[in-house]
Ligand binder design. Structure first.
Ligand SMILES: Nc1nc2c(ncn2[C@@H]2O[C@H](COP(=O)(O)OP(=O)(O)OP(=O)(O)O)[C@@H](O)[C@H]2O)c(=O)[nH]1
Length: 438
């Protein structure tokens, strides 16, 4: 193989989704002439998955090279080792394709980033496909039945958030464990997955039994499709364009009156003629809505709202302006029953003047308020038949009132992160907030 020619398939997915089972099936059924190298990552000291794959390889009397990276995650702590190991592998072993099985805690976006950004790795390898193996039954429980999932991942990321992100960053979803769901449940899971990542292909499987040709050397990876394809990003873009269409040229930055903004924001998509790829997920039986306000949330009321998110919401992402946290835009990341809030970055309004000027010049369409600058709330929701009005009204009740706009905001109880290293995790199932330092 010459430079940049070895295709890499990343087999990502949650804990116990069936990655190793799928990998073993792939190795058993791949064409004999294909020499496959495998790298298996496990969070624990003992790499159980690698042992299972090695066992299968021995049983098959196969020549497959199995490399393990244990006791850490190749998307973060072991990212350097991961890069070095695959480079070493390419230099010392002859093979036609590499399959990487990251640990169930891994973010596939970071794993892909290492393959692309490590200069030597990029020289030898070519990202071919990012597959996310999904446990159909667990996904149904978490996102549709609203079952209790109290688990929080090692870096304090809620499990459902990780599951959603793994689906959002891939080009093929392998919907596994179909034997554990009814046809109706499978259809629901499939439509939700389409809403989360409309650009990805979907294959269904029992015990990871899929044709190897959908996993190996398929040339499916396309960075724009994978990183820009997430349903919430497309829904956000769609609603943004709909708002701009209705407002004429962009957003009216003088519109800071609470009642007026209620009427003018959060438009439905109906009647707008947009490109197909920007259609929100309505066509898959799910709906989306946007919530955009040039006014901060009251932290105490927002905490209560986040602790009792409307049941029809399955995913929400976006930026929040919270009173008492004027410096930073906060990320809201809601998946299933779990919510995480962390610092996104500084509002341009708090930057030194020269930096702010450059920032605004680079973004001529940025809405700017004389007093508050670019601070605003901008959230997108995806869910089952969302009651858009109820969401908007209940969130409007969390905004500061006119009288509160003049109060001292430091007096409020404020659990929201004020520094980049902090994040707030709420687990509705156990009714508990946890602040983590990352
Ligand atoms: N019922 C059912 N069980 C499955 C299926 N696929 C895998 N399993 C079982 O689910 C369990 C976990 O499968 P693995 O392949 O080890 O999952 P994994 O994603 O590699 O797990 P981790 O490495 O721990 O994240 C095993 O007991 C498998 O036998 C399936 O389609 N149906």
């Amino acid at each position: 193989m010459s430079a940049s020619d070895i295709p890499v398939s990343i087999l990502s997915g949650g804990l116990g989704a069936g990655k190793t089972t799928t990998l073993n099936h792939l190795l058993e059924n791949a064409p004999e002439e294909r020499e496959i190298a495998v790298l298996v990552n496990d969070m624990g000291e003992v790499n159980v998955d690698a042992a299972l794959v090695e066992r299968q390889v021995t049983l098959d009397d196969d020549e497959t090279t199995v490399t393990e990276l244990s006791n850490g995650c190749i998307c973060c702590g072991l990212a350097n080792e991961f890069g070095q190991t695959i480079v070493e592998l390419a230099k010392t072993v002859e093979f036609d394709a590499l399959v990487v099985e990251p640990s169930g805690m891994s973010d596939p976006a970071e794993v892909a980033q290492t393959v692309r950004s490590n200069r030597q790795a990029a020289f030898h390898y070519n990202l071919d496909t990012i597959v996310t193996v999904v446990d159909a039954a667990l996904f149904h429980d978490v996102f549709i039945a609203g079952a209790e999932v109290n688990e929080v991942t090692e870096d304090a990321k809620p499990l459902s958030d990780l599951l959603a992100e793994q689906v959002e960053f891939c080009d093929l979803v392998l919907l596994n464990k179909t034997d554990l769901v009814t046809d109706e449940e499978l259809a629901e899971v499939e439509s939700l997955i389409r809403a989360l990542q409309p650009q990805a292909d979907i294959e269904t499987a029992e015990r990871g039994r899929v044709d190897p040709c959908v996993l190996l050397d398929v040339g499916r990876f396309d960075l724009d499709r994978v990183s820009g394809g997430a349903g919430w990003k497309q829904a956000h873009k769609y609603h943004q364009e709909a708002t701009d269409d209705e407002d004429g040229e962009g957003h009216d930055s003088d519109d800071h009156d609470h009642e007026d903004s209620h009427d003018n924001e959060g438009h439905s998509h109906e009647g707008h003629d947009h490109d197909d790829h920007l259609h929100p997920p309505e066509e898959f039986g799910l709906t989306s809505c946007n919530y955009r306000r040039p006014r901060p949330f009251h932290p105490e009321r927002l905490v209560d709202w986040l602790a009792d998110v409307p049941a029809d919401v399955v995913r929400a992402k976006g930026l929040m302006w919270v009173a008492g946290r004027e410096r930073h835009a906060l990320n809201c990341n809601l998946a299933g029953t779990q919510v995480q809030v962390d610092v996104n970055g500084q509002w341009a309004a708090t930057m030194p003047e020269f930096q702010r000027k450059a920032y605004r010049e680079a973004r001529p369409d940025l809405d700017w308020d004389e007093e508050w600058g670019d601070r605003e709330i901008d959230l997108v929701f995806i869910g089952h038949d969302l009651d858009e009005t109820a969401i908007q009204n209940s969130l409007d009740d969390c905004l500061l009132t006119d009288a509160e706009m003049d109060e001292d905001w430091e007096r409020y109880e404020n659990p929201f992160p004020g520094r980049a290293e902090e994040e707030l995790v709420f687990d509705a199932d156990v009714d508990k907030w946890g602040v983590a330092t990352v």
